[in-house]
Design a protein around this ligand. Structure first.
Ligand SMILES: [Zn+2]
Ligand SMILES: [Zn+2]
Length: 147
């Protein structure tokens, strides 16, 4: 598979038993459906440690601009268009998701944000926002219990 941002061939990385496809150039990572949920259950530091052990970091990488839209590295054809998607109500980050296979492309900084939502909740959110989120969480939990 190729990086939707810069066309670099993606390398397979195994983090906590999950095989992810990672771009060496821009540090973006492709998650197939459900893989991201598995990774999100882990600690951010654990994931970063594993990634860094395998790849190291290129801190001076400048985020490239993509013309128009990105294509899903897994799907081909017109279906494989990545669309902006709000990751969750907890995380103020937009990720690129494939409508066809529901895979998610995360740029380097987006992974941090997506994995770091618990910390952000403690650090940044006001009491009001927290109360609103708790309500949403409770709704989610009761929905999950009904399943
Ligand atoms: Zn890339
Ligand atoms: Zn796809």
């Amino acid at each position: 598979m190729k990086c939707p941002r810069d066309g670099t061939v993606l390398a397979v990385v195994t983090v906590a038993g999950v095989k992810l496809d990672k771009c060496h150039k821009c540090d973006g990572i492709w998650f197939d459906e459900r893989e991201l949920e598995v990774i999100r259950k882990l600690d951010l530091s654990q994931v970063e440690e594993e990634l860094e052990r395998k790849f190291g970091r290129e801190p001076d990488y400048q985020e490239g601009e993509t013309d128009g839209y990105m294509r899903c590295p897994r799907c081909s054809g017109d279906d494989g268009r990545l669309q902006e998607h709000h990751f969750s109500y907890l995380v103020p980050v937009k990720v690129d998701r494939c409508v066809a296979c529901r895979g998610i492309w995360l740029d380097d900084t987006e992974l941090d944000k997506v994995l770091d939502d618990k910390k952000q909740m403690n650090d940044q959110y006001s009491v009001n926002k927290l109360a609103g989120m708790m309500k949403l969480l409770e709704q989610d939990i009761s929905r999950m219990r009904k399943r």
